[in-house]
Design a protein around this ligand. Structure first.
Ligand code: ATP
Ligand code: MG
Length: 363
């Protein structure tokens, strides 16, 4: 099979970790006889510098022509002075999600063997395991609700955002969460704020309706504030967490840190045709960019999600996941996953990529 991938590395650590994902993809191409063609396009800050806007037409057209988008990260201090709508994240990532209607965001997170020392979880909890799939609605809610803006004296006195959800938007993401739970522990925890927000009341009602089609899946509802707490208190009792756009954004950073690092969490953002954008859940990490120390695992696992969900190459996807598990469980780690006394053993971004690619070749 031959595929066309649009590669949007972006800013900060994006290009560094993307290089390692490409190395690993090359290894699976050889091993599984795939032909993957890559075209690189500018996005985010680098696109502002080179073309004057964060999402140039050529980039969007390239994405439209591709089977999937492999995305790095965008943003950084250099572009923070720009008006909000011209900044890399609001000017590129949100429009891409909206343009392709990538409503379904999957963020699988688990605590790998060998990383218990970096998780803030108590040892008795981490021993029981932590394995959560965050299913986040990505093209609705307060991030896309209109009207939004500012009003008042000098436009500085008042600002507003609108949170809105339709029955259709809620039910299609809920359905995905229930289907995903069937291949896991058969449990969905729906996160809302139904004691305060109208959108959450509708959310809860529609999720209940969808649940009727999945009698084998247990459903529980939890308020977002309680969810942040229970994730620390009883993290091993969660399976699939179904979230709106805002709550999923917040919870996924917490979930990432329970596994030990932002650099481990991958994500898939898809539409109803299976087309998707695959990116690390973390950002451009400007504080560590250019040093060759960023963890490429989130980007590499995002490539695995691309193989699974958009290219339907399950064997290749799980080969990558096994190779990552092998690296982590044998203590082959980047610096942020090591305690201070072990930091001198840290592997570089490129060494991680080499090790994982090699592990794939060896099967
Ligand atoms: P953005 O605005 O793009 O989200 P940010 O400043 O919030 O950027 P993040 O990328 O979200 O930074 O990351 C938060 C912190 O987590 C970073 O400061 C960095 O130290 C750490 N981090 C993120 N990604 C990685 C990675 N791949 N490897 C190691 N550390 C990482
Ligand atoms: Mg961030």
């Amino acid at each position: 099979m031959s595929y066309q991938i649009a590669v949007l590395s972006g800013d900060g650590i994006g290009p560094e970790v993307m290089a390692e994902a490409r190395k690993v993809l090359s290894a699976v191409e050889t091993r599984f006889g795939l032909e993957i063609n890559y075209t690189e396009y500018d996005v985010g800050g680098i696109a502002i510098d080179n073309h004057g806007c964060p999402l140039p037409d050529a980039t969007l057209k390239g994405c439209e022509a591709a089977d999937a988008i492999l995305f790095g990260s965008v943003g950084g201090p250099k572009w923070e002075h720009l008006p909000p709508n011209d900044q890399p994240e609001r000017g590129a990532l949100l429009p891409l999600r909206g343009h392709f209607e990538l409503f379904c965001n999957l963020r699988p997170a688990k605590l790998h063997d060998g990383l218990e020392h970096m998780s803030p979880l108590r040892s008795d909890i981490s021993a029981r395991g932590f394995d959560v799939l965050c299913v986040r609605e990505l093209t609705g809610g307060i991030y896309f609700g209109k009207p939004k803006g500012r009003q008042g004296e000098g436009d500085d006195e008042e600002a507003f955002d609108t949170m809105r959800y339709s029955r259709r938007e809620i039910s299609r993401i809920a359905r995905i969460a229930f289907e995903a739970a069937r291949g896991r522990k058969n449990k969905v925890t729906s996160v809302d704020k139904a004691n305060v927000l109208a959108c959450s009341v509708l959310w809860r009602q529609v999720v209940e309706e969808v649940a009727k089609d999945f009698p084998d899946v247990t459903l529980e509802h939890i308020y977002i504030d309680n969810a942040t707490m229970q994730l620390l208190r009883r993290p091993d009792e969660f399976d699939v967490m179904l979230c709106s756009n805002l709550f999923g954004d917040i919870l996924s950073d917490e979930i990432a840190m329970l596994t030990g690092s932002m650099g481990l969490l991958s994500s898939a953002s898809m539409n109803s045709t299976g087309f998707g954008l695959f990116e690390p859940a973390g950002g451009s990490a400007p504080d560590i960019a250019g040093q060759g120390i960023a963890n490429p695992v989130a980007q590499i696992l995002s490539a695995a999600l691309m193989l699974r969900h958009s290219l339907k190459q399950e064997d290749a996807a799980s080969a990558i996941e096994r190779a990552v598990t092998k690296a982590l469980s044998s203590g082959y780690l980047t610096g942020e996953l090591l305690t201070a006394d072990k930091r001198s053993e840290a592997k570089s971004t490129a060494q991680m990529g080499d090790y994982i690619a090699q592990a794939i070749q060896e099967g």
